[in-house]
Design a binder for this molecule. Sequence first.
Ligand SMILES: *[C@@H]1O[C@H](CO)[C@@H](O)[C@H](O)[C@H]1NC(C)=O
Ligand SMILES: *[C@@H]1O[C@H](CO)[C@@H](O)[C@H](O)[C@H]1NC(C)=O
Length: 191
Amino acid sequence: MFRKYWLIWALALWVSCAPYAGQAKKQIVFNTMKCSLSGKVFANIECRLETRKALSLILTTDELKTADNVVGVFELRLSIYGQTKTITMKKIRLDLCQLRAQRDKKSLMRLFYKGLRTANHNLPDKCPFLRNTTYFMRKVEIDASELPPYLPEYNITFGGRIYANNVLSSELFITGGFCEAEQDCTGQREL
Ligand SMILES: *[C@@H]1O[C@H](CO)[C@@H](O)[C@H](O)[C@H]1NC(C)=O
Ligand SMILES: *[C@@H]1O[C@H](CO)[C@@H](O)[C@H](O)[C@H]1NC(C)=O
């Protein structure tokens, strides 16, 4: 099922070039962010919201071992305000070893890669991540201006797992919303 929704999103993104006069601008904001460490690939992980629109993630590799094949696999759950139905997109892969190579992909992924690339980060161009090193991604923002303003307002939950050396190394959980720029995106608005 998720493939179908995926396609709808991908299409929605690319028919969105026309100006939509009178449509309110939308934004993506974050409400909460949590992260935890699993296994022994990373020695430490820290994450926080810098602002409602920007988040940071800081990873420190093990003192003795490099980290190769660093990949995020995540699930995005969207719930439209005022509806009980949710749309889930599973197994979305973000390759943290190939940030540069992803430059021209035209899809929802582009938003995520763009958010990571334009953040203040020190990720390597190529894996492995060096041992005993702290890698940071600061002020990651997801720019909603490329999304068509006629999309409905959503609550968003983002569950991510980071794998490295082919084992689960950390988990992330982020909540937020896609809403009109003058709203607070907590989903609490009276409809
Ligand atoms: C959106 O999330 C907030 C809390 O994060 C919740 O109170 C609200 O009911 C949610 N709205 C919808 C439509 O799911
Ligand atoms: C790891 O880095 C810390 C601080 O940069 C340093 O003190 C320590 O000796 C390093 N450990 C190894 C095994 O290189």
